[in-house]
Design a protein around this ligand. Sequence first.
Ligand code: FE2
Length: 287
Amino acid sequence: MNSTNITEKLTDNVLAAYGNIENPRTQQIMKSLIQHLHGFIKDIQLSEPEWEYAWDFLARMAQFTSKDRNEFLLMADVLGASQLIEIMNHQRPSNSVGYALGGPFYRANAPLRARGTCTASDETTGKRVIITGTVINLADGKPISNATLDVWQAATNGFYENQDPAQPNMNLRGKFKTDDKGTYELIALLPTPYPVPTDGPVGELLRTAKRHPLRPAHIHFVVSAPEHETLVTQVFMADDEIIHTDAVFTASDNMVGNFIKDGDHYRLNYDFQLAEGESICPKAPIP
Ligand SMILES: [Fe+2]
């Protein structure tokens, strides 16, 4: 038996060994995973030192993972996998807001804030932006009342509040509701670019690839309403050059807002379209 036949026999044996999984979807996933994993190893003729490097790399990713940080999710982000999953699962008309990866800094249980109030503490440095708009039904354009907008963003030092002991708990996070006309109003911080964390294995990869670690300035939104699919998105700034080299491959033309200077602050008008469907909120990486 030649070496190709031996490796194919091994792959067939492994597939057969996992052939009795009862759940059809789990069975399908395992079959494809084994085929692609074995195919990848054969394709690149993985060496023993490379394999040792790989499992050590994964172990170090685990060491950088805690309740406040998930290095595996960040790795999926910088490899474009997270955004691929969003795009694949949410095909939308080109004139509607696009889906974006939620990212590793989405935190559960942000406080409900009153209409028109600011997510930033008074001490938070940076310009403010007054954001207004309407949440509408994607199919018929009708406003959606009592929708929830869950908003979060980094401070101008590049840190989300959970990364930064100097910020108050839940700073730059909050939930807002639409009124009976489907409109909302809130005040946020004018977003600024920030780097993804580079002190772990993800940083090693970015440096190896000579990629910058920056995310273009953005504000995260999760927009939800009963009997509508939850929209997970980010709003970017029209004149930000980094949009074209986003470290996590998310920024695109269907997520850009027109931030307009108005005296000492900015204004943004931005509508969100929700498709009818089941309302399922994504799992927050930070409990
Ligand atoms: Fe972000």
